[in-house]
Design a protein around this ligand. Structure first.
Ligand SMILES: *[C@@H]1O[C@H](CO)[C@@H](O)[C@H](O)[C@H]1NC(C)=O
Ligand SMILES: *[C@@H]1O[C@H](CO)[C@@H](O)[C@H](O)[C@H]1NC(C)=O
Length: 266
């Protein structure tokens, strides 16, 4: 009897008594491991919990995730940034170069990707939430606003060509609120199709927040919105503004995600 003939009864036997044997040794398990790389047993991080996400608008596509970050994660990001803040820049429309502008008056700094375990944990949670790979993201930028500091209405997609060479357009933005703000500092979408349906009398909104659909910064919450339509054209509804801080201070962290690999561009 040849080797192959022996194999057939062995196969049937295995299938009857060890039905999981073939699934475990197939590629399925490997795929499952590689898709969502959430670190386990991290004392800082939350597990990824999609039940805490609400969709706030379709035009633009925007979603709010309550308590995306733990207080410890928020405080950790502020600690890493607070001695390294510099004036925030904007990309020049034609050249794409970073320039100072009165449109944007916050202070900020860039962390490194995968800088430590806490940051790596947040980056993989962002990837699990957005279904976008970690390598498409820029390093997180931590921002500090106080006394009237703001970022006037703008889009996160680029108007210049130079900034699209690495990774293409920015497709999505995640704004993470690292502190509560006593007054002002809301994120507002002036073009949102539902801007008139948001009741503005209930909360203590600033005048700026009343211009559109607004999100009040709450420590640990994260706002995700898309700058491109699903068909990859620019979504002008994604225009947004960081309202001036009126009382207190605002800390936030931003993650911009591109349509292609940002770490190792082709
Ligand atoms: C850049 O271009 C956009 C779109 O054309 C325009 O709305 C914006 O005002 C321009 N920004 C500056 C600083 O010129
Ligand atoms: C892309 O999608 C947007 C939003 O649905 C739509 O307004 C636009 O016409 C589409 N453009 C193309 C070229 O398909």
């Amino acid at each position: 009897m040849g080797f192959q003939a022996l194999l057939i009864p062995y196969f049937l036997f295995s299938l009857m008594f060890f039905p999981n044997f073939f699934i475990q040794s197939s590629g399925l398990r490997k795929i499952r491991k590689s898709v969502i790389r959430l670190p386990n047993g991290d004392s800082y991080g939350h597990p990824f919990d999609p039940t805490r996400v609400t969709q706030i608008s379709w035009h633009p596509r925007a979603f709010l995730y309550r308590n995306f970050l733990t207080d410890a994660e928020c405080d950790h990001l502020i600690q890493l940034a607070k001695d390294k803040l510099e004036l925030s820049m904007v990309a020049d429309n034609e050249s794409g170069k970073s320039v100072a502008s009165e449109v944007r008056t916050s202070l900020g700094m860039f962390l490194w990707k995968n800088q430590d375990k806490v940051i790596a944990g947040i980056e993989s949670r962002i990837s699990a939430w957005t279904f976008l790979p970690v390598e498409n993201g820029e390093a997180m930028q931590v921002l500090h606003y106080e006394n009237g500091q703001k970022y006037e209405p703008h889009w996160d997609y680029f108007h210049d060509k130079a900034n699209q060479v690495r990774g293409g357009h920015r497709v999505a933005t995640i704004l993470m609120y690292l502190s509560n703000v006593r007054k002002g500092g809301e994120t507002v979408f002036p073009n949102s199709e539902i801007k008139d349906s948001q009741p503005k009398a209930i909360k203590d909104w600033s005048e700026c927040a009343k211009k559109g659909y607004a999100v009040k910064p709450e420590k640990g919450d994260a706002l995700l919105f898309f700058s491109l339509h699903p068909n990859t054209t620019l979504d002008e509804f994604s225009l947004h503004e960081s309202c001036p801080v009126i009382e207190g201070e605002k800390w936030s962290a931003t993650k911009w995600i591109h349509v292609r690999n940002f770490d190792k561009p082709q």
